[in-house]
Design a protein around this ligand. Structure first.
Ligand code: NDP
Length: 296
């Protein structure tokens, strides 16, 4: 392997330490305790793990965690009523509704009922619009984590060719907006892209957010490129279940200048950025300066 490993686990620990430091300052200087409310509807095992982990890390950085676990049969009216209550609660600075929601609930309607200032996932249509027009917004956590790692590794991103493979609303599109905001020349590739290999080979920054195990091989990577692998795929290998990214790590690491591993790359940054967004939201709500280096 010749590429530098971008250690998302260590970087996420640094982000959490910065958040914790800021939380202590808010408590000591302003008597303010940032609070994050997480709403889980139903019993999806993966969602339960995420919610537990979010709650644990929220408390570890000194913030208040409010968990709302609702039955799978919860009506839309009841869920909207809970969100209205959280919107009005001054102790709550961030609200996250764990997705996916059961199919009888309209996710767009639910997400758009969250106060945009408390929308720490950055999925509310107002935040999408603000990000798209280069205004201050709440930025989706996974792309924010990728941007932080890229800035940390490369310094200025200005003028670099960035290729984002994947155009989802939660990763691909906001990632592309953030890279554009940092003056990259951005290409968004997807399942209909012609000659994906050639498109990827032009990338100084290659972000893979596809959901297909090891789809991008080393010979699609420009020598020296920085590769950010967002993919999390569970596969069977040698009789064991293992996690792999969307990039074929071993071959890409021979060519890239730097690369994120899976696991231990983008994954740990997502919750760290959720905590960062919550402390940012608490500062904005109280007219206080935002923590440096924790926003886009
Ligand atoms: P989506 O399924 O919503 O989007 C996948 C995108 O990949 C689509 O735009 C799709 O194109 C594109 N795509 C699919 N197949 C191909 C192909 N053969 N060639 C080119 N493009 C293709 O996924 P998400 O954005 O939600 O997630 C992507 C990956 O990131 C998943 O592995 C997910 O688990 C992971 N993830 C990781 C997170 C983390 O914390 N690290 C957080 C969120 C996601 P089209 O639009 O044309 O269908």
């Amino acid at each position: 392997m010749s590429a530098t490993l971008i250690d998302g686990k260590a970087f996420a620990a640094q982000v959490r330490a910065k958040v914790a430091e800021h939380v202590t300052r808010l408590k000591n200087d302003h008597g303010l305790v940032p609070g994050l409310a997480v709403v889980l509807v139903g019993e999806d095992p993966a969602s339960q793990v995420y919610v537990r982990s979010k709650g644990k890390q929220t408390v570890e950085v000194g913030m208040a965690s409010f968990e709302h676990k609702l039955s799978p049969e919860t009506s839309e009216a009841d869920l909207l009523a809970l969100i209205a209550k959280l919107n009005a609660d001054p102790k709550v600075h961030g609200i996250l509704v764990q997705l996916p929601l059961p199919s009888h609930l309209n996710s767009d309607l639910v997400i758009n009922s969250i106060d945009p200032a408390k929308d720490v996932d950055g999925f509310h249509i107002s935040n999408v619009g603000l990000l798209g027009t280069g205004q201050k917004s709440m930025v989706p956590c996974t792309p924010l984590g990728c941007l932080m790692m890229l800035r940390d590794h490369l310094g200025s991103l200005s003028g670099l060719n960035a290729v984002v493979v994947g155009r989802s609303n939660i990763v691909g599109k906001p990632m592309a907006q953030l890279l554009l905001g940092d003056s990259c020349t951005v290409t968004i590739a997807h399942s209909r892209t012609r000659d994906l290999a050639e498109t990827c080979r032009r990338a100084d920054i290659l972000v893979a957010a596809v959901g297909r195990p090891e789809m991008i091989p080393g010979d699609w990577v420009k020598p020296g490129a920085t590769v950010i692998d967002v993919g999390i795929n569970r596969i069977e290998r040698d009789g064991k279940t293992v996690l792999v990214g969307d990039v074929h790590f071993d071959s890409a690491a021979q060519v890239a200048g730097a690369i994120t591993p899976v696991p231990g790359g983008v994954g740990p940054m997502t919750i760290a950025c959720l905590l960062a967004n919550t402390v940012t939201s608490a500062c904005r709500a109280n007219g206080l300066p935002e923590p440096e280096g924790l926003t886009a």
